[in-house]
Design a binder for this molecule. Structure first.
Ligand code: ATP
Ligand code: MG
Length: 573
């Protein structure tokens, strides 16, 4: 089986000339990498695991797994065998069929990935769920998607309301061996090792289902976004262009598979490219994270602004205690990346953090900064070759440079979502004139073609006739030495339409006071603009965030205006 080699030498970027390579880029070239181009059939698990196990990469490490108790290594060959066992186990203990939805609700562990890819080998649609979800959130997602099966642990089992989910036929439990047979559940660890390590993957059409991800719930009730097998084309190619994968890379994506980043870029993109991946179990801790980079010799690191801000808060002295010299490329996604954080990254890691913009619905990265392209801190970068993005008005007319409007993508990019589960009206509502996918984010493009995120469209503030993006104000607030985190909203005002209100969490050692409020306000006035300075500042110990680390401005707004807070299933404790 042909597997294309990645560039051998650091510095030989796949995307070495953005303009030239974007010109007339043709996705059918990428399709040639996959079995689909020869047989007309496809399966993510084959492309991500089996084909490497059958190539020179057979004994290459696919997965380094580490948590407090376990430290394990699996080659591509071993991953093939373990995922075959998992597929046989799922198949022999259920009547699951191609296209059925199976959910995975458990903490990160090697078994999570064996079972995820085992399910994919059967042609099932996998719905990953973050382990912290409570009963209501589980019920909503399993009911909405008519799930047939779920894989979980004995600890999490009580959160699954089986009696209210009549179509949920089979529960697989990953826990203390032999303890669980009595409840009619399938004890995974008891059977896994005795299952055959041979399995014939279910060959699929490129439009068959792959994963069903519920969105982060930052702006409202999470939506069930269905992706097709074909998404792999873009997930694979962005691994080359954006993550800049090279054959010897040790790659670490910090996202949990409960969010789209944790599947698309936690495992799909690196494994499609045959790259070694690190999965760290357990919770965030600055020490454990830096230790992981040192221990594994991580070269490419993909994380999120909230994590970088927390690392910033942990202090620069801590960074010096670890050897992070292997890092070659650092990237971010999920929220706007404040210029202050980019500056900090350059200082402490000697690496500029590369921002990437995309969303659950886009299935893969769309607007990015590339190693071979100059970074403008605060900009999301430029669209990947082969995908067209623009700023359009509410009628779908393209706006000229430097005008704020709807960030839109030309319909039909490879990894575009194929359905909002159970909600075709919602799906249709994303598209304008059957031409543009409208993201719900507000942005502008500068004269050099760089995109600048301004905020969610619903969050953009109209104050005294000026449009103000909350992100710019939040980024400026963050530059003030006392500010650890900031969330900015528009608060209705009879005179100005809206006024800017900022919620601020302080850096340790600072105390709330009227002087501090005044000082922060003057700082924004002086450094940004008078009209953008918050008229009100309120201090909070913590800002409300989704479990994927995003500030929930709609919750701040609801608190402020005494409105119902809406769906809080994805909010942190
Ligand atoms: P929901 O759709 O349920 O309200 P969500 O939009 O936060 O939640 P995701 O799909 O996880 O769910 O996140 C996508 C959104 O995250 C984008 O629409 C954008 O607002 C934000 N985002 C992602 N990456 C970036 C980035 N690099 N810069 C700015 N914003 C980003
Ligand atoms: Mg969204």
């Amino acid at each position: 089986m042909k597997v294309e080699a990645l560039p051998a030498k650091p510095g030989e970027h796949y995307l070495h000339n953005y303009e030239e390579q974007s010109e007339g880029f043709d996705w059918s070239e990428v399709e040639k990498e996959f079995s689909w181009s020869q047989t007309g059939k496809i399966n993510m698990a084959h492309e991500a695991i089996d084909r490497h196990a059958e190539s020179d990469r057979k004994n290459k490490v696919a997965l380094y797994y580490k948590d407090q108790h376990r430290h394990e290594t699996y080659t591509f060959y071993e991953m093939k065998r373990m995922t075959n066992r998992a597929a046989n186990l799922l198949k022999s203990h259920s009547d699951l069929e191609k296209g059925d939805r199976i959910f995975i609700f458990m903490p990160r562990s090697p078994e999570l990935y064996f079972l995820m890819f085992g399910a994919l080998k059967m042609g099932l649609i996998v719905g990953p769920l973050f382990e912290a979800f409570m009963e209501g959130a589980i019920y909503d997602r399993l009911d909405d998607s008519d799930a047939k099966s779920i894989i979980t642990t004995p600890e999490l089992l009580p959160r699954i309301p089986k009696d209210r989910l009549p179509n949920l036929k089979t529960i697989f439990l990953v826990g203390a061996e032999g303890a669980e047979e009595s409840g009619g559940h399938v004890d995974v660890l008891k059977h896994l090792d005795s299952c055959s390590d041979k399995f014939d993957v279910e060959w699929l059409e490129k439009e068959d289902g792959l994963v069903l991800h519920y969105t982060s719930g930052s702006t409202g009730k999470p939506k069930g976004v269905l992706h097709a097998q074909y998404a792999m084309v873009q997930q694979y190619q962005t691994g080359k262009w954006v993550l800049d994968f090279q054959e010897q890379d040790i790659y670490w994506c910090t996202a949990d598979p409960g969010w789209v980043t944790g599947t698309a870029y936690g495992v799909f993109s690196p494994w499609l490219n045959g790259v070694t991946t690190v999965i760290l179990g357990g919770r965030f801790s600055p020490d454990a994270w830096y230790q992981a980079i040192e221990d594994f010799g991580v070269t490419v690191w993909y994380s999120a602004p909230t994590a970088f801000r927390m690392l910033m808060g942990a202090g620069d002295a801590l960074v010096k205690e670890y050897d992070l010299s292997t890092l070659r490329h650092v990237l971010s996604v999920g929220e706007p990346l404040n210029p202050e954080v980019v500056k900090w990254g350059a200082q402490v890691f000697d690496k500029r953090i590369h921002d990437t913009w995309w969303m659950t619905e886009t299935g893969a990265q769309v607007i990015c900064n590339y190693p071979s392209m100059a970074i403008k801190p605060g900009s999301m970068g430029k669209p990947i070759p082969g995908v067209e993005a623009a700023i359009v008005d509410d009628q779908g007319k393209e706006l000229p440079a430097n005008q704020m409007g709807n960030l839109a993508i030309k319909k039909g990019w490879p990894s575009m979502m194929r359905q909002i589960w159970n909600n075709p009206q919602k799906y249709d509502s994303y598209f304008l004139n059957d031409e543009w996918y409208v993201s719900g984010d507000s942005a502008y493009m500068d004269e050099d073609g760089y995109f600048w995120f301004q905020g969610r469209v619903d969050d953009v503030i109209m104050t005294s006739g000026e449009r103000v993006g909350p992100f710019e104000v939040e980024s400026k607030l963050l530059e003030h030495p006392a500010v650890a985190e900031a969330g900015v909203i528009g608060k209705p005002d009879p005179v100005r339409g809206e006024i800017i209100k900022a919620f601020v969490a302080l850096v340790e050692g600072y105390e709330p006071s009227d002087e501090l409020i005044d000082d922060i306000r003057q700082f924004v006035k002086k450094e940004l603009a008078a009209h953008a300075a918050p008229r009100e500042i309120e201090f909070k110990d913590k800002l409300p965030k989704t479990r994927s680390g995003k500030i929930m401005r709609r919750v701040l707004k609801a608190w402020e205006l005494d409105l119902p807070t809406g769906d809080l299933s994805t909010m942190e404790d």
